[in-house]
Design a protein around this ligand. Sequence first.
Ligand code: NAD
Length: 353
Amino acid sequence: MNNDKRQFHIAICGLGGMGNWHRETISRTENLHLSGSFDIADARQTFAREHGLHAYNSYEELLADPEVDIVTIAVPNDLHRPLAIQALRAGKNVVCEKPVTVSSADLRQMIDVAEATGMHFTVHQNRRWDEDFLCAKKVVEDGTLGPVFRVESAVLGCRGIPGDWRQEPEHGGGMILDWGVHLLDQICQMFPGRKIRTVYATVDHVTNELVDDGFYTDLTLDDGTVAHVEVGTSHFIGKPRWKVFGRDGSAEIDWGCRGKIVCVTDRSKNDAVPIRTAAGLTKTMAPRTDDTIKELPLPEVHSDIRDFYRNVMDTIDGLAEPKIKLAEVARVMRLMETVRRSAEERRILPFED
Ligand code: NAD
């Protein structure tokens, strides 16, 4: 423990799957101490006690605890706004789970209250620390592939939407809000300073009529680069997590940073063994011969998710800028709304001038 630094106390509202993840992460982050948790489900209150955690009897009791500096909110999406506002007004700093809320109008209210109270308010966009993402971002930045013209980001499962509130629109269900928020945020981070000119999207309703259970979207950036983002829950054959295409090479990156880079070494040599099918032949699509390409390993990246909470504490103490800025969160919220509207209207929509 670094004793030179201020010690922070944190309480968790909602001790379900993700609340428990926060419990574990907080417990191994220096200078951060768990004051307790509150969950409306008795079973989760019992779970808290069984894990040595103080279970507050109500959210009001949690907010009234003067020891608590930060409240982490990990409840269904529709409850983020009221519970975050309540905590900010109680003088607590707030870490809100993603998606921050279910609409830009809701988010505006939350930001207004954060500004009025002067409390720190941020969102757990934890997948900015995913190593596959950091690796894909580094491949784009390193220039190994030459100018990048297309990035594909896919998360494809085959279990449908989990059978809880995620299936219900009134709780902010659906995959755009659930996974889209991560993947769109990653694309925004991958191309800093670049504008997204247009958005085109389609959504799936394979196993669920009420909310989208997957979507595809193409974002066209100001220089013509296309970012394709795809989420699915009925895909029994998946795709690699990332593909990056540049003029001089391509990269494939899967979960756990498995994958490779293939670059051209001699573009002038165009000998090709045609691909023949019973019905035809193509040299255009034939693979390059081994003497004109080289395979490279993916760049190494390292991340530590505890940096999220370290940054929250440093920001509260005025020692750092927030890593997750509310303007970025608001942009991704607008992007998700545009994805949904593009699918509804079945057309390409402008996004940023
Ligand atoms: P979950 O259903 O497992 O847990 C939600 C918990 O909130 C439940 O235990 C429920 O009883 C409790 N709850 C509901 N209303 C409450 C209230 N008014 N007060 C206190 N507790 C209440 O859901 P989850 O998967 O843990 O998702 C929770 C949030 O975390 C969602 O916003 C979700 O999008 C987010 N999440 C984020 C990630 C990530 O990687 N960042 C991953 C999973 C979930």
